[in-house]
Design a protein around this ligand. Sequence first.
Ligand code: CTP
Length: 403
Amino acid sequence: MDKPRIVLGVSGGIAAYKACELLRRLTESGHEVRVIPTASALHFVGEATWSALSGNPVSTAVWEGVHQVPHVRIGQSADLVVVAPATADILAKAAHGLADDLLTNTLLTARCPVVFAPAMHTEMWEHPATQENVATLRRRGALVIDPAVGRLTGVDTGKGRLPEPVEIFETCRRILVGGAGRAGKAADLAGRHVVISAGGTREPLDPVRFLGNRSSGKQGYALARTAIARGARVTLVAANTELPDPAGADVVRVTTARQLREAVLKVAAEADAVVMAAAVADFRPAHYAEGKIKKKDGEEPAPLELVRNPDILAELSADRPHPGQVVVGFAAETDDVLANGHTKLARKGCDLLVVNEVGEHKAFGSEENEAVILGADGDEIPVPYGPKEALADAVWDCVTPRL
Ligand code: CTP
């Protein structure tokens, strides 16, 4: 089988150097990559680098190798076009259909999925012109990844940073493995805002100790990445995770159950779907010790008094901001998995409950998962053992028809 053909468009921003790592990941994972820089991109990284790393000739203009009609052929034969970094200028040109160099011509002739990873200063990203161009591109089916927040060129920080190359790579890979059939499906969350909680809460006992759980956050992050690949705007409320931010997600970090509740309720008000994948502590210590709790010679420790935390999933299900909002819960069970799942679904009042069996080697921290998705309407969909992303996609497959 031919290798999948990827066009890597690089426009003229300082983040162009990060596209070298993206290129390396794409070629090393078995893709045929053709790099098309804009003329300004070559001010940042030269032609020799793109050519050596891709193993292919590099040109910016339509006037080279004219007999091969590159301005039409490259776009037509691509399986995926990814533009990283995408400047405000290339977004504007793409939105308006301009075609004054090889990259813009390729964007017009491509009929495959197109991904833009914008990087620019916050002011440029927030400018209504850029925002309208982004909205136009998204409406037409392109995947425009929201820039990350962080250090920009110089000393300033803000929204506008290129997401980590590994995360852009993951987004591209997910779109490609979905295949042609998936491409149509890929945008089934376009225009939707989804909120996902991930990780496990920590309930402090004193300044150095907490009650926590073993959730790694991987399932929640997989939900975020797959939702982004399907076109959604994603807010990820992350409790104590150590995973890289998924490219394009708005990440809100929290520690305790009460902070998680506040963060989720704030963003859920205008969300189309809320997925509670976080392991939320049901109880917290009744008293927080301002100083470290010390052991005392000859004395047994005082019993730990606990109080209930609010049930966020039940609250979200009961007080929906609009009737069309879909609420999804997760349940980790050790025994009577299905029976407990059905009872929990009814008790929580959510639309879907993803039930999985947990144990020493199951679910927590692993890359794989197995579950049954239960619907309030009686649906019972088993998802076989496989990558957490496959389970995430199965969850979105259940969410989209309910929206
Ligand atoms: N959850 C929540 N708020 C809590 C506890 C749990 O929103 N205080 C959510 C979790 O995010 C998950 C679902 O509820 O989506 C199920 O969590 P689980 O701990 O299994 O449910 P519990 O109600 O705590 O049931 P159990 O008695 O089995 O612990």
